[in-house]
Design a protein around this ligand. Structure first.
Ligand code: GLY
Ligand code: MN
Ligand code: MN
Length: 448
């Protein structure tokens, strides 16, 4: 197996410094970890750290709080975390504890989480600004209010609450939007694992296989490659299911003449990949499927070619919509001129989602798409998906039967570079001939 690639400690420290540079003097930022979620009874969901918290700390335990106080003489970066507890560790695994945290993570101070009520109000006191993602952690919001109010009610004793609350997201999410060299390496590994999983899946497809069996192939390849989970529930939709955008039941049998749309990506070292391909169950696309597939592929290539520094975020989408509309007019599925159909947005009955989104620690990653009401321009280090699709839902009226139930999306992950772009998922075939050749070779092998 390839050696693990991960973000190093220096990078987490650099991110904290960058955020603190954006904060005003005499201010404080507070970030809680994610909460452990109960599934039922004594069973918990596997814990996944909050992306903002992880981005700044690299710390993966629950019940933790990160506090940043730029310019504080006794230390700027403070972590509250669980203390070591042999009984709890016997049941749930290792707890690092404040002493070891100081040694391992490069914070300036670390305290038991049980001491937070005593310590944090004193750190908030008399700060002019408190940076916090209000509304994102409902229970923690109450605790923040409690600490702030305790300072207010104590005003007679001379304490002062912070002067102003500032939304942390606008600063932190702008940092997260631009990926470092290390982040690109991790994203590339997530992309590589996802590509290998799609290739394995593609070679399993045959009439009679169930969607969940194909999903199992993905998950097996993800986990055996060191990705602990999918970045989002995998979509494996055969036949009409391909026209349901967020289909995740994955419980249907794949039939001979159908397509199967597979939208799946792993999460590796907290970073997501997000890839879609649409395969013919028989190993060969029908003529009607080829007609629609070719339009989507051309749209995707046109969209990708729009990605370069200086072009704006919506240009790939506009290029994709134009190719799709033109193609559907040519097939007689839309009527009117290109301009008329685009102005009336009648193409939306066949393609109803946008052509991409930022990608990073979250599959739909953070970062603004518009700045002061205008589409923002691409800059090196941004990572986006490009994922046009055409969905001909069986309920649509007046559509030739040969097209009904065809749902096709093609999605890749793209890094914006100095001069243009790099496709992180380029190793996964998307040409009709390449896909058919790989599937045929696999089928021949199965029958030998
Ligand atoms: N997999 C979700 C998306 O493509 O946006
Ligand atoms: Mn996707
Ligand atoms: Mn996507």
């Amino acid at each position: 197996m390839n050696p693990t690639v991960k973000i190093d400690l220096q990078e987490f420290a650099r991110r904290r410094r960058e955020l603190m540079r954006l904060m005003e003097s005499n201010s404080i930022a507070i970030l809680p970890s994610a909460r452990q979620q109960c599934r039922n009874g004594d069973v918990e969901y596997r814990f996944r750290q909050d992306s903002d918290f992880y981005y700044l700390s690299g710390f993966t335990e629950p019940e933790s709080v990160l506090v940043l106080i730029p310019g504080r003489p006794h230390g700027e970066c403070i972590l509250f975390c669980r203390e070591k507890d042999p009984l709890l560790e016997q049941w749930h695994g290792k707890i690092t504890g404040p002493e070891k945290v100081l040694e391992l993570y490069g914070f300036d101070d670390a305290f038991p989480i049980t001491d937070i009520d005593e310590i944090l109000p004193g750190l908030i006191e008399a700060k002019s600004r408190l940076y916090y993602a209000l509304g994102s952690h409902l229970e923690f919001d109450q605790r923040i209010m409690g600490w702030v109010n305790s300072l207010k009610t104590n005003q007679q004793s001379g304490t002062r609450p912070p002067g102003e609350f500032v939304h942390l997201d606008q600063f932190l999410h702008e940092l997260r939007l631009f990926k470092s060299k290390q982040e690109v390496k991790v994203l590339q590994r997530a992309a590589d694992i996802t590509v290998s999983a799609h290739k394995a899946l593609m070679q399993q497809i045959r009439p009679g296989i169930y969607e969940y069996q194909l999903e199992a192939t993905l998950l097996h390849r993800f986990m055996s490659s060191g990705a602990m989970s999918a970045a989002y529930p995998s979509i494996v939709g055969a036949g009409d299911n391909a026209c349901i955008l967020h289909y995740i039941h994955n419980d249907t049998e794949c039939n001979e003449a159908e397509l199967v749309l597979v939208d799946a990506g792993c999460e590796y070292q907290y970073y997501a990949s997000d890839v879609t391909r649409t395969y013919p169950v028989s190993g060969r696309y029908t003529t009607a499927q080829k007609e629609i597939y070719s339009i989507v592929l051309e749209a995707q290539e046109a969209a990708i070619s729009m990605i370069k520094p200086g072009n704006h975020w919506n240009q790939p989408h506009e290029a994709a919509v134009e190719v799709i509309t033109q193609g559907l007019i040519k097939l007689g599925l839309l009527t009117g001129s290109l301009e008329q159909v685009i102005a009336a947005e009648s193409y939306k009955k066949f393609t109803m989602h946008r052509t991409g989104h930022w990608l990073g620690l979250d599959v739909h990653d953070v970062g603004e798409y518009k700045i002061q009401g205008e589409w923002r321009v691409f800059e090196p280090g941004m990572v986006t998906t490009v994922e046009p699709g055409i969905y001909i839902h069986p309920s649509l009226p007046q559509i030739p039967a040969k097209y009904l139930g065809i749902g096709i999306r093609i999605e890749d992950d793209i890094l914006v570079t100095q001069n243009g772009y790099e496709v992180l998922t380029a190793d996964l075939p998307k040409d009709i001939q390449q896909i058919e050749a790989l599937m045929t070779a696999a089928s021949v092998k199965r029958h030998c």
